[in-house]
Design a protein around this ligand. Structure first.
Ligand code: C5P
Length: 397
């Protein structure tokens, strides 16, 4: 959780998903956030105030005229000092009230009187979600600057399956975290390559690199969180790409090169995270090669260096490379940075980084080295994006 998030008002409205709000509150408290729960009357039919009070260690509010608030103005007092208001679950009715700016209970009044961001996690039956009235309301809320977290598609309490299911508490926390990231790349087009490439030997076999794609996908996510338009060109991976990225799936290095070159002109920042195979097979067989007792010789030809091709152009975008090395890490990475004409290269230990969730990164640029201590790849990606934004701004603004 972002250290800047200290105190939130958590609104709970009437819906079956209200029982998950208790878990959400627990996870927020566990991350050191002070949570003040405000329930609507309908919410109390699904979950009791005592649950939230026990979990948050704070009084729970439901009444506009709560006598515990010394100045009698709970609607102003409660959200003062709050970093944000998060309504989860947000019912169809509550969203409609927000659109109209109604203030007939404590939570809606708080939302109207707020001077902090408002995030809502809708939860409702799929037909309610698809109803034109809800569609209009969602459009209006987005226009009004309310951040929507979900919903997602899946099984619903009514037994139907479809859109309207509230995001899981962990996912809501991730979405809140993403929302809080500074929008330092707003208005910029970022192109990212990720994953391995696969060079066919025959119909079923190929040469590839050990790369999970985790780092590249994390960089794509961090760039999106920073407000960039992101195109992710990905070799074969088992990962789910971030929904808001424009995804281009490729297999071979040649396809990756073509996909990159088709987009270079409109790109402001190019981050090459992909582990591109150094060679491809000159004459791959269309059919499966039959096994026999003889030695099989493959003819390999070097693949084009995608990053170098882009970086040497006169109107090259700001180019960032990755260097995974198993020895002499920084020395080899710096040589690579010079050879490829890159303002920045990210060095990481090939043996430690591949497939793992945590990694240490060393950033090498004209100013020297910057060590990003070992932690999860999304945090590292956010730190990297911060560094890139600094260098980019220094160069172009
Ligand atoms: O030369 P090396 O493969 O170690 O360079 C690594 C960096 O260059 C990475 O950023 C990688 O994505 C990029 N690269 C590339 N095309 C290649 C080989 C590497 O874009 N054919």
């Amino acid at each position: 959780m972002e250290p800047s998030l200290k105190r939130i008002v958590m609104g709970v409205t009437g819906g079956v998903a209200a029982y998950k709000a208790a878990e959400l509150a627990r996870l927020l408290v566990k991350r050191g956030v002070e949570v003040r729960v405000v329930m609507t009357a309908a919410a109390s039919h699904f979950v009791g105030a005592a649950t939230f009070q026990a979990i948050t260690g704070q009084p729970v509010y439901a009444d506009l005229w709560d006598a515990r608030v010394s100045n009698g103005m709970a609607h102003i007092d409660l959200s003062r000092d709050a970093d944000l208001i998060l309504v989860a679950p947000a019912s169809a009715d509550f969203l409609a009230k927000l659109v109209q700016g109604r203030a007939d209970d404590l939570l809606s009044t708080l939302c109207l009187a707020r001077d902090c961001p408002l995030l809502v996690a809708p939860a409702m039956n799929r037909q309610m979600w698809e109803n034109p009235a809800t569609r209009r309301n969602i459009e209006q809320l987005t226009e009004d600057g309310v951040a929507l977290l979900g919903p997602t598609s899946g099984e619903q309490a009514c037994g139907e399956t479809g859109y309207g299911r509230m995001l899981e508490p962990e996912t809501i926390i991730e979405a809140v975290d993403a929302f809080l990231q500074p929008k330092i790349l707003r208005g910029l087009n970022v192109l990212i390559t990720a994953g391995p490439t696969y060079e066919a030997i025959d119909a079923v076999r190929g040469i590839t690199n050990r790369s999970s794609g985790k780092m590249g996908y994390a960089v794509a996510r961090a760039a999106l969180e920073a407000g960039a338009e992101v195109t992710l060109i990905s070799g074969p991976t088992a990962l789910t790409p971030p929904g808001e990225a424009q995804l281009v799936n490729v297999t071979s290095a040649q396809q990756m090169l073509e996909a990159v070159e088709a987009r270079t002109e409109e790109t402001d920042i190019f981050i090459a995270v992909a582990a591109v195979a150094d060679y491809y097979v000159l004459n791959p067989s269309e059919n499966k090669i039959k096994k026999d007792a003889h030695i099989l010789t493959l003819e390999l030809a070097p693949n084009p260096d995608i990053l170098s091709n882009v970086a040497r152009q006169d109107t090259a975008p700001f180019c960032v490379g990755f260097a995974a090395e198993s020895e002499n890490l920084e020395e080899y990475a710096e040589l690579k940075r010079k050879r490829k004409h890159l303002p920045l290269i990210v060095a990481n230990d090939a043996n430690a980084a591949i497939g793992s969730d945590d990694t240490e990164l060393i950033l090498l640029d004209d100013d020297g080295r910057h060590v990003l201590e070992k932690t999860d790849k999304l945090t590292q990606a956010r730190r990297l994006i911060e560094h890139i934004a600094k260098l980019y701004n220094a160069r172009y603004q």
